[in-house]
Design a protein around this ligand. Structure first.
Ligand code: HEM
Length: 130
């Protein structure tokens, strides 16, 4: 294999290896859920304050409509899932920053342990929502 081809093949391998690591997907999902939560907080504040301005009855009516609608229930479950993922993966990142569990193997164990806790809590909250 020519030198150029070898360099290209190594670069391709490195690039594809990055996309197959859990850490890369964990980071992408952390960023997406972080941005999603920011978006949700804005929508939440606008919706709550505008319906509160129209009085208690309007507020109660809006809330019971949202809580009874299957689409909004599914969205609520999604927000909870995003918060649980972001929170637990965030704790893993903070532990890493403090020097706890450094190393590829420990990181994998910590990631899946936190994801298991998040999944259990998510399943419980889904059961409560629906
Ligand atoms: C238990 C609660 C939370 C924990 C432990 C946590 C933890 C973290 C950590 C450690 C980071 C830095 C990630 C990195 O270094 O790559 C981060 C980023 C971020 N968080 Fe949180 N977070 C929490 C709640 C929230 C909430 C409620 C929101 C939104 C309202 C939020 C929005 C964001 C955003 C937008 C980023 C930047 C993402 C990026 O640039 O990659 N987080 N969070």
């Amino acid at each position: 294999m020519a030198k150029n081809e070898m360099a290209l093949s190594l670069a391709f391998k490195a690039k594809t290896q990055v996309w197959t690591t859990i850490g890369m997907w964990a980071w992408i999902l952390h960023r997406l859920t972080g941005l999603g939560l920011v978006l949700y907080i804005f929508i939440h504040i606008v919706l709550m304050s505008t319906s509160l301005l129209r009085g208690q009855q309007a507020f109660d009516a809006m809330l019971s409509y949202l809580m009874g609608h299957p689409v909004f229930q599914a969205l609520e479950a999604l927000v909870l899932g995003a918060a649980l993922y972001h929170g637990f993966n965030g704790i893993r990142i903070l532990l890493f920053d403090l020097g706890v569990g450094i190393g590829v193997r420990s990181q994998k164990v910590l990631f899946w342990a936190f994801m298991a806790i998040a999944a259990i809590l998510w399943a419980f909250s889904i059961a409560v929502i629906f």
